[in-house]
Design a protein around this ligand. Structure first.
Ligand code: HEC
Length: 195
């Protein structure tokens, strides 16, 4: 699936941010990510999108190399609150995409081999720029592969390409709040891709 559409206004903004990008940074005119409007988010993402892949692929993470070819689940990134008030955008691999993009609320059981990769952008309120955040990953193992976490394996790639260290329970204790959705929280409703 393709990336979101662009209006003339966002294209213009994109060009402006593009110039900033050449200087290395993607500037924003807000301190709080919740204050970014849709055009601002799209322009920021446009400025950051190559930088993100460059960051995540600095190591040897396989998902980092592939996820941009997967199905994107939202029309643009959005801030949900959890995941450090970052702007989030999730991609689903071929095994996961059909079920994930239904955003079903009951009886969800993702097939083994499903992978969800969620890129993140942090707004530095001090510097008023976008910064690459971790790539968060959920991988569905074979039945019994991780009994304590509903067979989900949680992982993340830091912006330097290295794996992030944390306990599985750190992620799962929150994600289990969506138990009937197989621990999936889904993107914010207003940005979900319709299918
Ligand atoms: C405090 C709650 C919380 C914690 C802790 C948390 N998440 Fe999430 N996670 C969410 C919410 C809410 C969403 C959906 C928000 C969005 O994507 O806009 C989400 C979405 C995701 C997604 C996209 C799949 C989905 O659920 O729709 C992945 C992948 C993910 N999280 C991985 C992780 C990993 C890895 C960790 C641990 C390092 C983690 N999460 C910790 C709340 C949490």
């Amino acid at each position: 699936m393709k990336q979101p559409f662009f209006t003339a206004a966002t294209l213009m903004a994109g060009l402006m941010f593009g110039q900033t990008a050449m200087a290395g940074n993607c500037a924003v005119d807000v301190e709080d990510p919740f204050d970014l409007d849709e055009a601002g988010i799209i322009a920021l993402y446009d400025c950051m999108k190559d930088k993100m892949v460059e960051s995540y692929t600095k190591g040897d993470n396989e998902v980092a190399k592939e996820y941009r070819n997967w199905t994107v689940s939202s029309t643009r990134p959005a801030v949900a609150g959890p995941h450090g008030n970052r702007l989030l955008q999730t991609f689903a691999n071929d095994i996961a995409a059909e079920q994930y993009l239904k955003f079903a609320e009951e009886g969800v059981e993702m097939p083994a081999g499903s992978v969800l990769a969620k890129e993140s952008i942090k707004i530095s309120s001090k510097k008023k720029i976008g910064q690459v955040g971790p790539l968060f990953i959920m991988t569905k193992l074979e039945e019994g592969g991780a009994p304590d976490t509903g067979d989900w394996l949680y992982s993340a790639v830091q912006p330097n390409g290295k794996p992030m260290k944390f306990k599985q329970s750190f992620c799962h204790d929150c994600h289990i709040g969506w138990e009937s959705q197989d621990a999936l929280a889904y993107p914010m409703e207003e940005v979900r891709v319709s299918n």
